[in-house]
Write a protein that binds this ligand. Structure first.
Ligand SMILES: [Zn+2]
Length: 290
């Protein structure tokens, strides 16, 4: 489904100064929205951007060779010289709230939101998994709050971390005064509970939502590539603040999800990023929801 989309190469060094440059140079992205029901909640996966990274061992397969990574990609039938990541967000409509989980990098998210039938001022709450620019960058548009009526919620350690990040200074300045923090593990909104997922950033969380008997877990950046993160969850990831803890969390979380067979949303898996983790020998594979 991405055949028609403009794909492009950009350094996805999200935690660095390059991020700002990459955003400014980002070509137009195509919107996309996919709606489904979760108990009484209406959920919409929203597409923001598509990144194609070179297979250069800087982020995936750190300490390995491009050939090692190419073998994993080829085994999955994917091109061996690039790694494609989607950037997506999740919208949750409850009777009295419209909740956006993550805001993308400032690509096509607002167009995707419009495609789903909503305006930015309809959003009552923005929940942030972590403070990398591909999750927080869409909070601000032209120096102003992109979701002017929303309370921005993130974990307390993550907000502390964001305020120390010079690259986020403009975003932090714009959202300061609109942020409410919580401790990882706390219920953030009725039906949505945060889950601490250590290693990627100091206060990285996922969000578990439940309505009636149905559940969906937004696992944030516990995984990135639907191929490499699942085939080789033990490989250190260049994006993680603490690679060893990130690896531990990734393997532990994938084992749990393969056991529980619960529905998950992964913001960087192929759009809409909704599906299940399955055990596959000593590793895992992605099963998109039908
Ligand atoms: Zn990310």
């Amino acid at each position: 489904m991405y055949g028609s989309k403009a794909s492009f190469s950009v350094c996805l060094a999200f935690a660095t100064a390059l991020a700002t440059v990459a955003f400014a140079q980002m070509p137009p992205q195509e919107p996309g929205s996919k709606s489904f029901k979760l108990g009484s909640f209406d959920i919409v996966a929203l597409h923001d951007a598509q990144f194609v990274r070179p297979n250069d061992n800087k982020i995936f397969g750190v300490g390995r060779s491009p050939e090692d990574v190419a073998d994993v990609l080829k085994a999955a039938g994917a091109p061996a010289d690039t790694i494609t990541l989607s950037v997506d967000a999740l919208l949750v409509k409850q009777p009295k709230r419209l909740i956006l989980i993550d805001t993308g990098v400032g690509g096509a998210l607002l167009q995707s939101l419009a495609q789903a039938g909503f305006k930015p001022e309809d959003v009552t709450d923005v929940l942030i998994t972590h403070s990398h620019p591909d999750h927080m960058g869409g909070l601000v548009k032209d120096g102003k709050l992109a979701f002017p009526k929303a309370t921005i919620r993130m974990s307390s350690p993550e907000w502390t971390f964001a305020k120390k990040n010079d690259q986020l200074a403009d975003v932090v300045k714009a959202i300061d005064g609109h942020v409410k923090t919580f401790e990882p593990g706390a219920q953030v909104i009725t039906g949505i509970t945060s889950v601490g997922l250590k290693g990627h950033t100091p206060g990285h969380v996922g969000y578990e939502m439940a309505s009636g008997k149905e559940k969906l877990f937004d696992i944030g950046d516990t995984v990135h590539s639907s191929i490499i993160s699942l085939a080789r969850p033990d490989w250190p990831l260049g994006f993680d603040s603490d690679a060893a803890v990130g690896e531990e969390t990734r393997i532990e979380t994938l084992k749990k999800l393969a056991g529980s067979k619960e529905l998950i949303f992964a913001p960087h898996f192929p759009f809409p990023g909704v599906g299940h983790i399955q055990s596959d020998g000593d590793h895992f594979k992605w099963v998109p929801a039908s």
